[in-house]
Write a protein that binds this ligand. Structure first.
Ligand SMILES: NC(=O)c1ccc[n+]([C@@H]2O[C@H](COP(=O)([O-])OP(=O)(O)OC[C@H]3O[C@@H](n4cnc5c(N)ncnc54)[C@H](OP(=O)(O)O)[C@@H]3O)[C@@H](O)[C@H]2O)c1
Length: 265
């Protein structure tokens, strides 16, 4: 089957890493179903990619912190005759306020977006991939899943879940032609820190810690195509991930508490 007859569903495609995935996969000839809340941004990207690469590009505005969103996306795809061959589970954000000070609905929305919706979309696309004997799933985890836990954030726990479930899914599904990769970027240029409200602190971090979104996407896509269940993109991030993991938990905790650049007190 050629790429032109395959479709990728990309969540969080209106900015950053998701938009970079859209550009990368359109250039490879994949048709796209782009999802995020900002329809105008999705439409702009879809128009650009259809013009440039002649691929079929469909957009759907959805809020993935709404529990009904994954089923609505899949119903839309079915109604429009779109089979999902590639799933890029990318939509995400991080809160920065202290756990105890954050209202529960805000924390619940983060879990719904990055844990439940991500897992439900995997569950909903896998049967079709099994029938066709081919599928690729990239779940956005983070270097935070390896590095010391930043104080007071749900983010580390959520991204550790994404890392773990992606590895398990890959083991279960690879014999059926479906590869699953946890993509674990470090600091990546996108709108992430504007949304989080940490742009000033982020701008003070050394340049060598940063990667461009398209470099992250290139490495992540190569990894899933080669069947690698975990991808930490970039040399610096690989060094961080491999040097922190073997440390005793007490030392990881101490380092995380001391070095978290976004800690407010
Ligand atoms: N940038 C980093 O340093 C970094 C590092 C490690 C991991 N990551 C992970 O990479 C992924 C992409 O982040 P990014 O850096 O590209 O950030 P970004 O530029 O802020 O993009 C986030 C995307 O997620 C979408 N999104 C957020 N909340 C949503 C919701 N409720 N429903 C639907 N879509 C939603 C946003 O679209 P709308 O606002 O239009 O809905 C946007 O398209 C995230 O999972 C993030 O955790 C980022």
């Amino acid at each position: 089957m050629s790429n032109t007859s395959r479709t990728a569903l990309i969540t969080g495609a209106s900015a950053g890493i998701g938009a970079a995935f859209a550009r990368h996969l359109a250039a490879e000839g994949y048709s796209l179903l782009l999802v995020a809340r900002r329809q105008d941004r999705l439409t702009e990207i879809a128009d650009e990619l259809t013009r440039k690469h002649g691929v079929r590009c469909t957009v759907l505005a959805a809020d993935l912190s709404d529990p009904s969103a994954p089923s609505q996306i899949m119903e839309y795809a079915q109604a429009h005759g779109i089979a999902i061959d590639v799933l890029i589970n990318n939509a995400g954000l991080s809160g920065k306020s202290a756990f105890a000070d954050t209202p529960w609905p805000k924390l619940a929305a983060e879990i719904q977006l990055m844990v439940t919706a991500l897992t439900e979309l995997c569950h909903r696309v896998v049967p079709g991939m099994q029938e066709r004997g081919w599928g690729r799933i990239v779940n956005l985890s983070s270097l935070a899943a390896f590095s010391p836990p930043g104080a007071s954030l749900l983010y580390t726990g959520i991204k550790s879940y994404v890392l773990g479930i992606s590895q398990s899914l890959d083991m279960e599904l690879k014999p059926q032609g479906i590869h699953v990769t946890a993509l674990c970027p470090g600091f990546t240029r996108s709108e992430f820190h504007d949304t989080m409200g940490t742009r000033d602190a982020a701008n003070k971090l050394p340049a060598l810690l940063w990667q461009e979104a398209d470099a992250v996407v290139r490495e992540g896509w190569n990894a899933v195509m080669k069947g690698k269940p975990v991808c930490v993109p970039g040399v610096v991030n690989k060094v961080v991930a491999s040097s922190v993991r073997p440390l005793p938990v007490s030392l990881q905790y101490h380092l995380g508490n001391r070095l978290n650049p976004f800690k407010e007190n």
